[in-house]
Design a protein around this ligand. Structure first.
Ligand code: ADP
Ligand code: MG
Length: 419
């Protein structure tokens, strides 16, 4: 048991049917059904291999894409070949989630065999809009179709989906009400790394917060500065711009317009409160870059022409942040410094990632675009920990108890099936 949750060491799985929720959600080319990345699939294979080696009948539950944004909303069938290849053993697939075909396939499993069910989000109660509109209690989630149909066939529930741990949905929080539960090895590892970061980081501990999700960044800042976790927060992207605006600095009408349009003007007040409390520990950019005629142009703060759009931090700020990262002992990064997708405005992000690559500090990265930047700059091997979860990691760092953690703590107290 760790963090009040059972681990795989606490479970006797031989001959048992284990319902295992994984997060293998990946970008997908729908025209060909090809997965464009397989990082998350690889990350959960240790748990699956261990369960199968120990003689469990393993039933995999997973989602692919979201019903809000249909781009990646797809069957989980393409994942099964990748899983089989990575595990070196056959994983079967059934194009059903909890209907008669899925149930028959589960009942036919033999010890050591693995079966992947279809996308759990094909079931209405699992959908994202449903989650946000109804906000079902965990007890109510245990009464949803998915849990009512599958829980009676299972003996144990394992959640290895740390990347989805902020989601309050039946496949993630419902089974723990009925089946004795545990977290998988990936969940345990990610929980451990992030808790270690929050509880006893080696100092100086520097947080680098950029990108576009300003409200998340501000929540994180107040937790890690208020709780004494971060000695310094280096800011870039829209996060840095809103802080400067709050500080009464002239970032130009162009940048203010972008922030207003994104609906973030209301956060200027929050930024002001953060500065009032923690000014000495928050670093803001001192110069910026924009694009004119396809070329990078830099301006010091206060000299940004009226309607110019700020698209990156400038060279001086980049060099200052590099020095802080190189002398830190712990560095956490979420969010790029600028629009790193475009060549003229990638320098700030590249400078920060270069320093992450050669600092002796323990480095942790989270967030989809931050992981993309890590791959783009060839730093995957140099970063100590790349967290598979973006949303979950951010919620964790804001100090909230994640819904799945709460449910797993409850499920860890059960010694026998409740149905
Ligand atoms: P992550 O996915 O790592 O959590 P975010 O999603 O919060 O990061 O932010 C990434 C996005 O923010 C990128 O698409 C990047 O182009 C954009 N971005 C960064 N800086 C700026 C800026 N100054 N103005 C507009 N967009 C920015
Ligand atoms: Mg992003």
């Amino acid at each position: 048991m760790r963090f009040g949750i059972n681990t795989l060491d606490d479970m006797e799985v031989q001959g048992k049917t284990v319902l295992c929720r994984v997060d293998i959600n990946q970008p997908i080319d729908q025209a060909t059904g090809t997965l464009k990345d397989t990082t998350r699939i690889a990350a959960c294979t240790p748990t699956l291999k261990e369960l199968s080696d120990k003689g469990a009948k393993v039933v995999l539950l997973a989602h692919q894409g979201s019903d809000i944004e249909y781009k990646n909303f797809y069957t989980t069938e393409p994942h099964v070949q990748v899983l089989s290849k990575l595990l070196g053993r056959e994983v079967r697939f059934i194009d059903d989630v909890c209907g008669p075909a899925a149930r028959a396939a589960i009942q036919a499993l033999k010890p050591g065999e693995l079966l992947l069910l279809d996308n759990v989000r094909f079931v209405a109660e699992e959908q994202t809009l449903f989650e946000m509109k109804l906000q079902l209690s965990h007890a109510a989630q245990a009464k949803t179709l998915l849990v009512r149909k599958l829980a009676p066939l299972g003996d144990l529930y394992v959640c290895d989906a740390f990347a989805a741990a902020h989601r309050d949905q039946p496949s993630l929080c419902g089974f723990e009400q009925i089946l004795p539960s545990a977290m998988g090895r990936l969940f345990e590892e990610e929980f451990c790394v992030i808790s270690g970061l929050m509880e006893k980081p080696e100092r100086p501990c520097v947080f680098v917060l950029g990108g576009a999700k300003i409200s998340d960044a501000f929540l994180m800042m107040s937790t890690v500065l208020g709780g004494g976790v971060a000695d310094q927060v280096l800011t870039g992207g829209l996060v840095g711009e809103v802080l400067l605006w709050a500080d009464g600095k002239d970032i130009g009408e162009g940048a203010r317009g972008v922030i207003r349009k994104a609906g973030y003007e209301s956060l200027v007040g929050t930024a002001r409160e953060l500065l009032a409390q923690y000014r000495d520990r928050i670093l803001m950019p001192e110069d910026f870059a924009a694009v004119q005629g396809g070329q990078r142009v830099e301006y010091p703060l206060g000299k940004i022409p009226g309607d110019t759009l700020i698209l990156d931090i400038g060279t001086e700020t980049g060099a200052c942040y590099q020095a802080r990262i190189r002398t830190a002992k712990t560095v956490f990064v979420n969010g790029p410094m600028g629009v790193f997708e475009d060549a003229p405005t990638e320098q700030g992000t590249r400078m920060v990632w270069d320093a992450l690559g050669d600092t002796a500090a323990y480095t942790v990265i989270g967030g989809g675009d931050s992981i993309t930047a890590t791959k783009k700059y060839g730093k995957t091997e140099d970063i100590n920990y790349i967290c598979t979860g973006g949303g979950a990691l951010i919620r964790f760092l804001t100090g909230e108890e994640l819904p799945v953690v709460k449910a797993l703590r409850y499920g860890s107290t059960l010694t026998k099936k409740q149905c």
